[in-house]
Design a protein around this ligand. Structure first.
Ligand code: ZN
Length: 279
C-alpha cells in the first residue's frame, strides 16, 4: 500500500507539473501570436530580411511568414557555419538597376536567402536606397569596378581610380567599404593582381544568364553543376535571371546553406589572390 501511495503522490505531482508546463507553453504561444516572441526568447529576429521597402503587401506577407515560422527559425535557421554546413554563395553582378534589382531582392526576401552583389560604382549613387536595402537584409555589397572596363587594358592609375571611386560610392550610400573585388570579364593579369589590394572573387558556376534565352536551362545548368563551396555568378540586370531565381533557390536549398561570399570564404583580413570557390 505504501508504495502505491508513493506512486499515486508522484502521479498527482506529475499531473500538476504537466498543468504548469501546459500553462507555460500556452503563455509562450500567446506571446508569439502577439508578436512578442523576440522578447520572449531574448533574441532579435536575425533571419528576418528587414528592408526599407514601401510595398506594404510585401512587408505584410514577410511579417506573416516571420511570425508563422519563428519557433522553427529560432531552432533550425541559426547562422550557418561553413566549416560544418555545406555552403554555397549566390552572387549578382552589374547592378544596381532600378527596375530589375528590386525584383531580385523581393525573391531573396521571400526565400530568406542572402546574396552578394558586385556593384558597378557609377550605378550606385542613383540607386543608393537599393544598397541600403541589401545591407539591411543581410546581403553583401562588393566592388565590381566603377565603369566595367577590361582591367588588363588599363594603366595602374586607371585601375586604382576604378577601384577607389566605387569604394567611395558604396561608403557614400551609407554602407561599409567593400572588402572584395570581382574583375569585369574575369580579365586579370599579373599587373591587375598586383594593383588591386583586395581578394579577387571569381566563380565556378557560370550559367551565362546574360546570353541565355530560356530560364529553364539556367535552372538546369546550375542544378547539374553545383557542388559544395560553389560560387555562382548571375546578373541582377537580366529578366531571365529573375524568372529562374525562385526555382534555382528552391533546388539549392534542398541540399545547401546559401550564404554570402564573406560567410563562405571567411578570409582573414589582408588576404589576397583569386577565389572561385571555398578552398
Ligand atoms: Zn560584370
Amino acid at each position: 500500500m505504501g508504495s502505491l501511495r508513493v506512486v499515486s503522490a508522484f502521479y498527482i505531482k506529475l499531473k500538476a507539473f504537466s498543468r504548469i508546463f501546459t500553462a507555460v507553453l500556452l503563455t509562450l504561444g500567446l506571446l508569439i501570436l502577439r508578436g512578442s516572441a523576440a522578447e520572449a526568447y531574448g533574441l532579435q529576429p536575425t533571419n528576418y530580411r528587414k528592408n526599407e521597402s514601401t510595398n506594404n503587401q510585401i512587408e505584410q506577407k514577410r511579417r506573416i511568414v516571420y511570425f508563422q515560422t519563428l519557433p522553427l527559425a529560432v531552432v533550425s535557421e541559426s547562422q550557418p557555419d561553413c566549416n560544418i554546413d555545406t555552403c554555397i554563395a549566390l552572387t549578382f553582378d552589374d547592378g544596381p538597376n532600378l527596375v530589375t534589382t528590386p525584383q531580385i531582392l523581393n525573391i531573396l526576401d521571400k526565400y530568406n536567402t542572402p546574396a552578394t552583389f558586385f556593384v558597378v560604382g557609377n550605378r550606385v549613387a542613383q540607386n543608393s536606397s537599393l544598397l541600403v536595402r541589401m545591407q539591411l537584409s543581410g546581403d553583401e555589397v562588393e566592388n565590381h569596378s566603377w565603369s566595367h572596363p577590361d582591367f588588363t587594358k588599363l594603366n595602374n592609375a586607371q585601375i586604382k581610380d576604378e577601384i577607389n571611386k566605387t569604394q567611395a560610392a558604396v561608403i557614400a550610400a551609407g554602407l561599409p567599404a567593400p572588402k572584395y573585388f570581382r574583375p569585369p570579364y574575369e580579365a586579370i593579369n599579373a599587373n591587375v593582381l598586383k594593383s588591386v589590394n583586395m581578394p579577387f572573387i571569381l566563380w565556378n558556376i557560370d550559367p551565362q544568364d546574360w546570353k541565355l534565352k530560356d530560364p529553364g536551362s539556367l535552372v538546369q545548368t546550375i542544378a547539374s553543376q553545383v557542388k559544395p563551396g560553389s560560387i555562382i555568378i548571375l546578373h541582377d540586370i537580366k529578366q531571365n535571371t529573375i524568372s529562374a531565381l525562385p526555382k534555382v533557390i528552391e533546388i539549392l536549398k534542398t541540399k545547401y546553406k546559401l550564404v554570402t561570399v564573406k560567410q563562405l570564404l571567411n578570409l582573414p583580413e589582408g588576404s589576397s589572390g583569386e577565389f572561385s570557390k571555398k578552398p
